[in-house]
Design a protein around this ligand. Structure first.
Ligand SMILES: [Fe+2]
Ligand SMILES: [Fe+2]
Length: 151
């Protein structure tokens, strides 16, 4: 199985997307789904910020700005999700706020997959991408373990 950083990040995006679809369909306990979403989102974001964005930032000035902007988008998404966790799923604006959160993450993921990750793939050797993948996975797995989620 491929273990380069780009593939691992994109696989994780697909897991998040499945969670979003279950939330949108109100499939199961929404609070439980939101908690899993929060654990996965923070583990993924921290692993990117610690192990991937710093490498991206060294490519060129545009990539440096993109990495900075990407970290801001992580914080926006975490704030929206945190707010969502504090309101009742029965409340009148829950699904509007859920859609706002999901749309924010989807825009970020699309930007990563069309701009940031292709830039990494074009600039780094496969060996370097695999080293980065292992580092990404280590941070991610450690954070998920704390949250009690099996990788
Ligand atoms: Fe990502
Ligand atoms: Fe990200």
């Amino acid at each position: 199985m491929a273990s380069d950083a780009v593939t691992l990040i994109m696989n994780d995006h697909r897991i998040m997307e499945q969670l979003f679809e279950r939330l949108e369909a109100a499939e199961g306990d929404l609070q439980v789904l939101l908690d899993e979403c929060a654990a996965r989102l923070t583990a993924h974001s921290h692993a990117e910020e610690q192990k991937v964005y710093p490498v991206l930032a060294e490519l060129d000035e545009q990539a440096r700005q993109d990495a900075h902007h990407g970290a801001d988008e992580h914080h926006d998404a975490e704030r929206l999700l945190h707010d969502l966790q504090r309101i009742s799923p029965e409340g009148p604006d829950f699904f509007d706020r859920l859609e706002n959160f999901i749309a924010t993450v989807r825009r970020h993921v699309e930007h990563e997959e069309t701009v940031l990750l292709p830039a990494l793939r074009a600039s780094l050797t496969l060996e370097r991408l695999e080293e980065m993948g292992a580092a990404f996975q280590e941070v991610r797995a450690a954070e998920l373990a704390v949250a009690g989620i099996r990788v």
